[in-house]
Design a binder for this molecule. Structure first.
Ligand SMILES: [Zn+2]
Length: 328
């Protein structure tokens, strides 16, 4: 017998999708209007989350690169010019993340755009990673490093809106405390996985900061070996047979058999690896749950980091029969 509620829900789905699109358009319409609040444009959701937490109801924040879009290759589309012009202040990740030519030149060409990554690099150059002579822009994957973006947000908002300074400071400090707690909880969770099993393979090169911070042991010199990915810093590279072989050798060397897809990256690469592995008699499982690297879907920034830790712990633990890492 047909479930009437289910049928009604399926019939309503297209209307719901149109509704969501309209809601998003009308939220953008509201953001473009003059409502007495400071207009902030954040390029990514990871940036936008911090800005919204510090700014509270004194600011009106809009995220330019939404949903599952790839921030590395994002290019300006119709309407973006107006958003960039409308914003009183623009915050972006920087360190080469937003490298689409049009967007990159717009960001670099205006004094009102603040590169949070460059600010962090200036203050803590030794904490920024280089990959094959390019700066690794995925700094949000280490919560303790991403936290260092908060003082710049407080400073910039306060300079634009001096009356709100005490509010920005208060909210920023509370956010930093929350980030400290989440950082320590994630370290604790990952350390429950035995050290010899703490090796990670994902779709693209987003997890080096994560590996250094959460997979390696304190002071570990060979921490770089904790993570491997078939695709380079941007998820639009081409996968060569040498790359595939490299990942299979890595999996074999560390006796791991699970690879993790990322929510906004095509699974083609890891499927190729799994199939090449099978041909060589190496069993490789593609994890059923994706990790969040460049995009965070509907999650908040801290939820995204927590979710990544849970998925990694759950699947490495299942694989290795390690009950401790499964505990909440
Ligand atoms: Zn990336």
């Amino acid at each position: 017998m047909l479930n009437v509620k289910k049928v009604l829900f399926l019939l309503l789905l297209p209307l719901l999708a149109i509704g969501c699109f309209k809601a998003s358009k009308s939220r953008l319409g509201e953001w473009m209007q003059d409502d007495g609040k400071i207009k902030i444009l954040s390029t990514t959701a990871q940036v936008g989350d911090l800005v919204a937490a510090v700014g509270g109801d004194r600011v009106s924040n809009w995220v330019l690169i939404q949903g599952e879009l790839d921030p590395h290759s994002y290019e300006i589309v119709k309407g973006d010019g107006e958003k960039l012009a409308r914003a009183d202040l623009i915050f972006y990740n920087g360190l080469g993340l937003e490298h689409g030519a049009g967007l990159s030149s717009q960001l670099k060409g205006t004094h009102k755009a603040i590169a949070l990554g460059e600010r962090i690099q200036e203050a803590y150059p030794e904490r920024i990673l280089l990959r094959e002579d390019a700066v690794d822009p995925h700094i949000w994957m280490d919560i303790s490093l991403w936290k260092e973006a908060v003082p710049s947000i407080i400073e910039e908002l306060s300079s634009l809106d001096p009356e709100g300074t005490s509010e920005y400071c208060e909210r920023g400090e509370a956010l930093m405390l929350q980030m400290d707690e989440a950082h320590l909880a994630l370290i604790e969770k990952m350390r429950k996985i035995p050290s010899e099993k703490r090796y990670l393979v994902t779709s693209h090169d987003a997890f080096h900061y994560f590996a250094r911070c959460y997979l390696a042991n304190p002071g570990e010199k060979s921490w770089e070996d904790r993570f491997a990915a078939p695709e380079g810093l941007a998820p639009d590279g081409q996968l060569s047979p040498v790359d595939i072989q490299g990942i299979i050798d890595y999996l074999r060397a560390h006796k791991i058999s699970v690879v993790f897809p990322e929510s906004n990256v095509s699974r083609d690469s890891i499927r190729k690896i799994a199939s090449a592995g099978r041909e060589m008699g190496v069993e490789i499982e593609i994890c059923s749950e994706p990790l969040y690297g460049d995009s965070m879907s509907h999650l908040s920034y801290l939820e995204m980091m927590r979710q990544n830790g849970d998925v990694i712990a759950r699947h490495l633990a299942l694989e290795n029969d390690c009950e401790g890492a499964l505990e909440e």
